[in-house]
Design a protein around this ligand. Structure first.
Ligand SMILES: Nc1ncnc2c1ncn2[C@@H]1O[C@H](COP(=O)(O)OP(=O)(O)OP(=O)(O)O)[C@@H](O)[C@H]1O
Length: 331
């Protein structure tokens, strides 16, 4: 069952030098309780997509098309793009929370971390007593590996890893259905990063929330995600289970991304990477936006836009791998 359904979403940035098509025709489901990894090179539109869903976009960003529907377990649903300010206030934290790359952006530098959890609870769960709030703050901090006596610490008194854990504790405070994590561990060293990722998986088992986890590091995503969506130049070009994508990536871009990062396990492989650079989102090449960088491209790829076409495990937008072109019959 889906907790989030994104359909045909488009987001532009209206800049002085032209319109940047940051997200184009994105349709994606988030299933209840799953960890969905969102991968792609810098500038592929991952953060813009996440911010559109969380309604955090600011001008010059503009949603140009599509819908985002949030489905509750009781069968009711919300059209997120239509939420008014007050409805949005109730929705955030309680049903959807966001953890950003820099915990400093999520945390208030002038308030101790325990007090910040307390604030979220006080505002969004007014029925809780002060004692209950304190107990919950301690419990949440301990749950993410921060001892109770650190409750009074200010963010700058904590290490980067601890700050990130504190930001996750705040996100968990109201037991949301969805947590969006935008490169939450990128700034941390690899060991701390992996500790936190495995912690997130354990927390998910316990609390049952769904996660959208954004990073450009695909091999890291493979370790913790259930499913993965790959973005290129604002579009989703492949989706699949982490296992399926690992074993048999179908889009040449996915393959390139996989080869761009050293695998954590298994034999050493040459890092082939992907030649060239992502296209200018103000003037995309015709056909498949990846074709100028694709080693496998055929003539058709420069004129036919491949659409995301469902297959046995996920979907792919590549003419060479079972994807059909826009306007063609899907098989
Ligand atoms: N305020 C803005 N004005 C104009 N263009 C923007 C703005 N913010 C982002 N963009 C452009 O939108 C595109 C998508 O950016 P976005 O940050 O969503 O990608 P991303 O995949 O999350 O990249 P990263 O991993 O670097 O965060 C990029 O080309 C970026 O330059």
């Amino acid at each position: 069952m889906n907790v989030l359904e994104i359909r045909d979403l488009g987001v532009d940035y209206l800049s002085g030098s032209g319109v940047v098509h940051a997200v184009t025709d994105v349709s994606l489901d988030l299933r209840r309780g799953e960890i969905l990894g969102l991968a792609g090179e810098s500038g592929s539109g991952k953060s813009t997509l996440a911010n559109a869903v969380a309604r955090l976009l600011r001008p010059p960003a503009a949603i140009t098309s599509g819908s985002v529907v949030y489905r509750r377990q009781d069968g009711s649903s919300l059209d997120l793009l239509a939420l008014k300010r007050e409805e949005l206030r109730k929705f955030r934290w309680k049903e959807l929370a966001v953890v950003f790359q820099s915990a400093m952006n999520s945390l208030n530098p002038v308030s101790p971390v325990g007090a910040q959890i307390d604030d979220v609870l006080r505002i969004h769960a007014p029925a809780m007593s002060r004692k209950e709030r304190t107990e919950r703050s301690v419990e949440l901090l301990q749950r993410v590996g921060i001892s109770a006596d650190r409750r009074r610490s200010y963010p700058h008194e904590l290490s980067g890893g601890m700050r990130q854990r504190a930001a996750i504790a705040i996100a968990l405070a109201l037991n949301p259905e969805i947590i969006i994590m935008d490169e939450p561990t990128t700034a941390l060293d690899v060991v701390v990063q992996r500790d936190i990722l495995h912690e997130i998986r354990a927390l998910r088992e316990e609390y049952g929330f769904a996660v959208v986890f954004i990073t450009h590091d695909l091999s890291l995503l493979m370790e913790i995600s259930d499913r993965i969506a790959i973005m290129y130049a604002g579009r989703v070009v492949e989706t699949g289970t982490a296992r399926g994508l690992h074993k048999a990536p179908r889009h040449p871009y996915t393959l390139g991304l996989l080869r761009s990062f050293p695998r954590l396990h298994g034999p050493r492989e040459e890092l082939l990477g992907i030649p060239g650079t992502p296209p200018d989102l103000r003037s995309l090449p015709p056909g498949c936006a990846f074709h100028p960088r694709c080693r496998l491209a055929v003539a058709e790829c420069s004129s036919v836009l491949p659409v995301l076409t469902p297959g046995a495990d996920g979907a792919v937008a590549c003419l060479l791998n079972g994807g059909s072109g826009a306007g063609e019959e899907e098989s």
